[in-house]
Ligand binder design. Structure first.
Ligand code: ADP
Ligand code: MG
Length: 287
């Protein structure tokens, strides 16, 4: 039977928009000493804006037109930003044979030409040599008919209350803070540095995120218990594998609700601190 105090803990969590799937997860969360965060959409807003457009051999308008058209077939947060930067009209009939590759980017035929849009890994995969752009932003490279056509830089913002949340977890609960991301080393490290995280793993393929966390749980650090916080986009397996998986702002994502042990109804990072506080209080009452 579940001790009555656990029910009390679950109830008080629920009042704060924190859904806990069982008393055992409160018990587990009270023991967590390591927090693993997904970057995009969790530590950051996940809404990118275009900060630079550099066409190569085509016009700026053409570059934006091609990317916006192809990205209109993607649900990735990156796609929306590239569409926002394009002011023109859409002609859906120009885009065919769309192929999205998680961790790489997206390819399609645009007005009869094969187009590839994505990161450096994507360009290398296509056998294309491109200039390596140095910036803290995320660089989106574009190629058309096996020719480099330029790049677009997009930037995301660290969540306003991320600094406070990390500080609380570190100072009040003495937690080790880790970040996993598929984004570039430059973009990832900028976030890790700003938030003073202990470990940052960048340029991970979606399937590498799980492997990296498992490796971390085993060797990297004598972690007692590991909680993972994510939004469920490309990180559901990691949420499921952690001792405590916490899904944030998860109402839109069935995968996240399913995979997580604790669901934060609001898209608010400080709720992680509330959840830990409730877990610790509950355990103190029980024991
Ligand atoms: P994250 O871990 O930051 O959520 P993802 O695994 O979703 O990142 O994506 C990793 C990288 O793959 C992105 O930073 C981007 O470079 C590239 N990418 C993914 N989807 C797209 C897309 N639709 N268009 C362009 N690039 C993309
Ligand atoms: Mg993500």
């Amino acid at each position: 039977s579940v001790p009555i105090a656990f029910l009390g803990g679950i109830a008080s969590a629920a009042r704060q928009g924190i859904v806990v799937k069982g008393g055992n997860y409160l018990e587990m969360l009270a023991k967590v000493d390591t927090f693993v965060f997904d970057k995009t959409g969790t530590l950051t807003e996940g809404t990118f804006t275009v900060t630079r457009v550099r066409p190569e051999g085509i016009t700026k308008e053409e570059l934006l037109e091609i990317t916006a058209h192809v990205e209109s077939y993607s649900n990735h947060p990156i796609a929306q930003s590239l569409m926002n930067a394009y002011g023109g009209a859409y002609d859906a009939s120009k885009v065919t044979n769309v192929e999205e590759m998680p961790g790489y980017g997206i390819s399609a035929d645009y007005a009869g030409s094969r187009v590839h849009i994505g990161n450096l890994r994507m360009m290398e995969e296509q056998g294309l040599r491109v200039e390596q752009v140095k910036t803290v932003g995320t660089v989106i490279y574009v190629a058309r008919e096996d020719r480099y056509a330029g790049y677009i830089v997009i930037e995301d913002q660290i969540r306003e209350n991320a600094r406070w949340t990390m500080k609380m977890l570190r100072e009040r609960y003495n937690a080790v803070l880790v970040m996993l991301t598929g984004d570039s080393r430059a973009a990832g490290n900028a976030v890790a540095k700003e938030l003073q995280l202990d470990y940052a793993y960048t340029e991970l393929m979606p399937e590498d995120k799980l492997e990296q966390m498992e490796e971390f749980m085993q060797y990297q650090y004598e972690a007692e218990r590991v909680a993972c916080v994510g939004d469920g986009i490309n990180d559901a397996p990691v949420l499921a594998r952690a001792d405590v998986g916490i899904a944030m702002g998860a109402l839109g994502s069935d995968a996240a609700i399913e995979a997580a042990d604790i669901v934060l109804l609001e898209d608010e990072l400080p709720k992680v601190v509330d959840a830990v506080r409730i877990a610790k209080e509950t355990v103190r009452v029980v024991s």
